[in-house]
Write a protein that binds this ligand. Sequence first.
Ligand SMILES: NC(=O)c1ccc[n+]([C@@H]2O[C@H](COP(=O)([O-])OP(=O)(O)OC[C@H]3O[C@@H](n4cnc5c(N)ncnc54)[C@H](OP(=O)(O)O)[C@@H]3O)[C@@H](O)[C@H]2O)c1
Length: 334
Amino acid sequence: MYKVIVRAFGGVEQLDIVDLPDPVPAAGEVVVGLTSIGMNNAELMARRGEYRLISGNPPFTPGLEGGGIILAVGSGVSDRIVGQRVILTLEAPASKGQGQGTYQSHYVVRAEQTILAPDGIPNQLLGALWLPYITAWGCLVWQQALQPGQTVLIPGASSSVAIAAAQVVKHQGGIAVGTTTSPDKLTKLQAMPEAPYDHLILTHDTDWYRSAKKLTGGKGFNVIFDPVAAGDFLNTEIRLLAQGGTLWIYGLLGKPDIVNVHPLIRKMASLRGWVLNQLSGSDVEQTAYQHVLQRIADGTYQMPIAAQFSLRDVRQAQTVMEQGRHVGKLILVP
Ligand SMILES: NC(=O)c1ccc[n+]([C@@H]2O[C@H](COP(=O)([O-])OP(=O)(O)OC[C@H]3O[C@@H](n4cnc5c(N)ncnc54)[C@H](OP(=O)(O)O)[C@@H]3O)[C@@H](O)[C@H]2O)c1
């Protein structure tokens, strides 16, 4: 087997591959030969030292998602067999402790931290679907209880979480408005059936406040689902909230700055944070998994794959993610 190690906080040159003997499962464990590892911006942040709570200090192995084929089964495991296709639950890397992420060819995990994958999901997608859909569903359906007809602003429209959010909003009967910083991505998103935005807005060099507000008939948005949380951008979003609206912050891609919260008072609106770990161990965890699995299997939810890289080319893959020109999900394949 082999795995990726972050040697020290820094650039992609700190990513190395380490070859190891193939693992043997202990009692209650299975070894999954990963066929798919979904990439997330969080792994870049971890490498740069901006996510220490999750990554710990170097050396560590990054990675939050994975899926593949069971290669070996430990004693006492009665409901998994060699050859089954599985998805790692979100707790799988978390429960292994800091820095034991999924950027590995073979992943040893407790059997109950795998979910059997339905037919119809290709092997290279097994590890690339959970995180975007559970992040979006957990926030917009479980926490927000989005209602049909409600308007949702989705910044970073080209990202996998945003595309998943647009699909979840449409499935709930809401109206999805995406924003993107790039004219090139705007064109690509408009041509992409998997990105079912009702409207898309370019935020770079435009007065996007006016065009966004106009789309809501002047009322503002019921919900904003934001991974940016930067000063000016956040100010505009707060101004765009409807009466009683909620702005969810789930990422920190922008540069934090002072924002004007005054409009929140008049609108009785809320600013809230969201992290998907809240769902792990909750009473809706199984509901969330079943909902997402069914919609993926029947094609309601479809994630566009921007590019696929060999895990051994992890430096190139993270460079591409850092350049930010991708639309949809980036995948590593061991
Ligand atoms: N809270 C949670 O549970 C949770 C779960 C998953 C992910 N996340 C977070 O979500 C964020 C997105 O992750 P990802 O993996 O989906 O990233 P990604 O695929 O790299 O997409 C990020 C996109 O956001 C937009 N963007 C970036 N910086 C921006 C800025 N300063 N202003 C406006 N837009 C900007 C860009 O899209 P456009 O060019 O289209 O605007 C960029 O392509 C990360 O911060 C990650 O940590 C949080």
